[in-house]
Design a protein around this ligand. Sequence first.
Ligand SMILES: C[S@@+](CC[C@H](N)C(=O)[O-])C[C@H]1O[C@@H](n2cnc3c(N)ncnc32)[C@H](O)[C@@H]1O
Length: 221
Amino acid sequence: MLRVLPRVIPEAPGRPELAGEDHPMRKVTRQIAFDPDGWTPERAAKVLELFDSLAPTWDQRDGGGRGDALRLVLGDALDRAGPIRPGLCLEVGCGTGSATGQLVPRFAGVVGLDLSYEMLVRASGAPSGRLQADGANLPVRNGGADAVALVNAFLFPGEVNRVLGPTGAVIWVNTLGDRTPIHLPADDVLAALPGDWEGVASEAGWGTWAVLRRAGSAGPT
Ligand SMILES: C[S@@+](CC[C@H](N)C(=O)[O-])C[C@H]1O[C@@H](n2cnc3c(N)ncnc32)[C@H](O)[C@@H]1O
């Protein structure tokens, strides 16, 4: 079950209309989330080439408002979703690390993983680990993580489920809400995860977020 919290951070004017329902990345996002065979070597190679090419200008996207929008929406999620066990957080699809600085104070350790080396080498000096890895095949033992943060990143539901411990949390953020190219509504994230999950979702600024846990999990211990 999903509990939708009322918005407390208003939407400022000027949200970039980057993508709609028909954006090609939207289709890919949905296929990866709902079709276990949706992530093929050919698709992985194309995605890698795309993000490697975008990396040099990634931090200038969305006309400069992106950083603020991201801080608002991720901050709102971390402040209002209830306690998350502050152990190891995997930030999958971390890109140049725009969100990492906000995760670091909340966890004992944050590891940013990305397919694109060109993104990773541009990641700022936030005190976190960085690893080139595929979210479809995470180099993490079963149950080894307390949180998986996905900020404008593809959802590989089986891997997220595998690496999260019993009280682990999925932190799902779309900086531009339903105008984010890699977007899924919170209900779809919940539906895509194997097994029974529950959580809270809301909107903040230009973005949307959801924090999901296994149904009935006790929360942090
Ligand atoms: C839209 S960008 C978001 C980057 C960052 N989270 C942000 O919001 O600025 C998506 C990122 O996911 C990475 N990515 C795409 N497919 C991936 C995969 N299978 N495993 C890990 N990272 C992946 C891309 O290289 C890219 O850096």
